[in-house]
Design a binder for this molecule. Structure first.
Ligand code: SIN
Length: 282
């Protein structure tokens, strides 16, 4: 079922709790009222999808700039001509993909990125879907007791295990493309954030970058973190996006997780990602 937004734009949910396709829109010719409808869909749903778009790299950058400043990733392989564009690439010969586990981008920054706009450039014949999980829904479904405990807590997020010299990518067949291993660092954020756009509470820990609760050891933190990860990845909070030529996914890093499925060995997959700057979280 699709829902009218008051303009020509319609929204079609992927699942009850996660993700909408925005229909009837050409991102190269967005009027102000359409932009407002798209913005509202993004705020309400945390991840929105578009089909059949024809954006050049310049148009991709121009669309991203309508949302804020571009946050260039320190670690990712960048497009040679357009440094604003990170290349999420897996060659036919590679086994490791980028983003192949639940995470949210840039949670290791003190001002985590607002969102990421990912656009398909080259796709495998089948596979290579991206899964998303809604962290509003995950938070809402926690017990009142656990919500009360988590509401006052903070957690430490680090990128060393992913991007550091001894980290995951540097020890994989993606190593050649990654850079900046000396730039690793960490940040502290509330475990439950008040989302700056929606004003709603969202769970803000993730398996890739959260290392411990502030003031707790890693060993003490693990059982509760693992409980939260298992809870947040429950199928009823997730959706699965199947890419086609011209598809775009645009997610809010403060409200969702994502996971790139790695089920297309022997085929090439290339997506262009632009990440938009955010703000400190409360
Ligand atoms: C990412 O984690 O940003 C990449 C997601 C994907 O390739 O589907």
């Amino acid at each position: 079922m699709s829902v009218s937004t008051g303009s020509e734009i319609r929204l079609r949910k992927l699942t009850p709790n996660c993700g909408v396709e925005v229909l009837g829109v050409d991102l190269n010719h967005l009027s102000n009222s359409e932009m407002e409808a798209v913005r509202q869909a993004y705020v309400d749903h945390g991840v929105i999808f578009f089909r059949d778009q024809k954006l050049t790299p310049e148009e991709h950058i121009a669309f991203a700039r309508r949302w804020g400043d571009i946050d260039i990733n320190k670690f990712f392989p960048a497009n040679q001509q357009y440094p604003e564009i990170a290349e999420v690439r897996k060659e036919k010969t590679q086994k490791t993909n980028i983003g192949g586990g639940w995470h949210t981008d840039h949670s290791y920054d003190q001002e985590p990125a607002m969102g990421s706009i990912l656009l398909a450039r080259e796709l495998p014949l089948e596979g290579g879907d991206t899964l998303f999980a809604n962290m509003y829904a995950a938070y809402d479904a926690l017990s009142d007791g656990l919500k009360k405990t988590l509401d006052g807590m903070c957690a430490v997020h680090s990128n060393a295990a992913a991007f550091g010299a001894g980290g995951y990518y540097k020890n994989s067949d993606q190593a050649g493309g990654f850079k900046g291993e000396s730039l690793v660092g960490e940040a502290v954020h509330p475990v439950v954030v008040m989302h700056p756009l929606s004003g709603r509470k969202a769970l803000y820990v993730n398996p890739a970058f959260t290392v411990c609760f502030e003031g707790w050891t890693m060993e003490e933190s693990q059982p509760l973190l693992q409980h939260l990860y298992k809870h947040a990845a429950r199928p009823e909070f997730t959706c699965r996006f199947q890419w086609r030529d011209g598809s775009i996914a645009f997610w809010d890093n403060r409200a969702t997780w994502h996971y790139a499925a790695n089920d297309y060995h022997g085929e090439r997959r290339l997506l262009h990602r632009i990440t938009i700057g955010g703000e400190a979280l409360n």
